[in-house]
Design a protein around this ligand. Structure first.
Ligand code: NAD
Ligand code: GLY
Length: 360
């Protein structure tokens, strides 16, 4: 088993990565402080993995809340169902919330854990590739608002992340590609060697080759763990993990939550960031093409949706957590593996990049 650590002093926690982890009772139980746990999952994941997870909680008081499935349910109204489950069952401050599912479940269960009785314990059991390489690690939790993606939330770290790679066997191909988008992100922001490895190994990843997938998950989690340990609350370096996300969040909101998967929107968003970096003379034509080709090889969209206008993009992008004192900051690239947070661009630069990305 690979065990990585997110090093946050007293709040440090392990990320376990291996097949057949669901069912390993002691692995889970050692991270449960009290005598009760609430599993939060959804109607798709529950029939697949709830029973196995419940079997790991024998001897403890436990219940499950099963939410509807989809990004469009990642909101305050549906979040309330988790609080209902906690309160109805009289769960106290020493309870553990267990997030069993993809990033939507992880973010919602995480925010419920952060806010219920001002904070109860949290364990992440991510079951999508995207959640295993990104969302279950690092403590960002929250829900969407009609006017902006992930606008309501909290930083709240789990006690452990248990990534059973066998759960990926049941993941639809489209969701696998969405997860690969976040894996490509790590190469683009800080690891040119890993980017080259992805260029060579994309067919193996798409074929779900176990060795290739495990390696990609480990490199991704290691990178994320290091960035989070250095800048937990995103006052600097952590913002790099948002490459393509300001464009991507605008797509998710503009198209209607759930129309484009998060990973698909991030894939197109990273191509838009590459095009903009190229227009500004920061990224070579060759590297821009390499970025677009790898995204397309992963079976992800590389262009902005035709139905969204540049005005709509600019409007939605002005509601972003990287806007500080009214100034939008973006993650752009000065080479593959070399990204930066910058506000050093004009509205024309941004406008042109959006227009060119839709047409490219
Ligand atoms: P998701 O949670 O919607 O899961 C994708 C789909 O796969 C869903 O239909 C789900 O029910 C299904 N599913 C989950 N596990 C499965 C399995 N093993 N087999 C079959 N089906 C399965 O989407 P996602 O891509 O996991 O996560 C996207 C969300 O994560 C977005 O809301 C995004 O904002 C958030 N996110 C958060 C962070 C963070 O740092 N907190 C980082 C990246 C993304
Ligand atoms: N997914 C971006 C972050 O965790 O910071």
């Amino acid at each position: 088993m690979t065990t990585l650590t997110v090093d946050l002093g007293e709040r440090s926690y392990p990320i376990y990565i291996k097949n057949s982890l669901l069912g390993q009772t002691e692995l889970l139980k050692q991270h449960i402080a009290g005598n009760s746990a609430l599993i939060v999952t959804n109607e798709t994941v529950a029939p697949l993995y709830l029973e196995k997870t419940q079997s790991m909680l024998s001897g403890l008081k436990h219940q499950a809340v099963i939410l509807p499935d989809g990004e469009k349910y990642k909101n305050l109204e549906v979040l309330n169902q988790i609080y209902d489950g906690l309160l109805r069952n009289r769960f106290d401050r020493n309870t553990t919330v267990i997030a069993l599912g993809g990033g939507v479940i992880g973010d919602m269960a995480g925010f419920a854990a952060a806010s219920y009785q001002r904070g109860v314990h949290l364990i992440q059991i991510p079951t999508t590739l995207l959640s295993q390489v990104d969302s279950s690690v690092g403590g960002k939790t929250g829900v969407n608002h009609a006017l902006g993606k992930n606008m309501i939330g909290a930083f709240y770290q789990p006690k452990a992340v248990i990534a059973d790679t066998d759960t990926l066997d049941t993941l639809p191909d489209r969701e696998l590609s969405a997860g690969i988008a976040e894996i490509i992100k790590y190469g683009l922001i800080c690891n040119a060697e890993f980017f080259s490895w992805l260029e060579q190994n994309m067919p193996a990843l798409l074929k779900r080759d176990k060795k290739a997938l495990s390696y990609a998950i480990e490199v991704s989690c290691q990178t994320k763990a290091e960035v989070v340990a250095a800048d937990e609350r995103e006052s600097g370096k952590r913002a790099l993990l948002n490459l393509g996300h300001t464009f991507g969040h605008a797509i998710e909101n503009g198209m209607g939550y759930g129309e484009w998967l998060h990973g698909e929107a991030v894939g197109a968003g990273m191509c838009m960031a590459a095009v903009m970096s190229n227009q500004m003379g920061w990224l070579s034509d060759k590297e821009t093409q390499q970025t677009i080709q790898l995204i397309e090889q992963a079976k992800l969209p590389s262009k902005a949706p035709e139905s969204m206008s540049a005005e709509q993009f600019l409007d939605l992008m002005s509601v972003d957590k990287k806007v500080l004192d009214g100034v939008l900051r973006l993650i752009l690239m000065k080479g593959i593996g070399k990204s930066l947070v910058t506000s050093d661009f004009t509205l024309d630069n941004l406008n042109n990049a959006i227009i060119q990305s839709a047409a490219a």
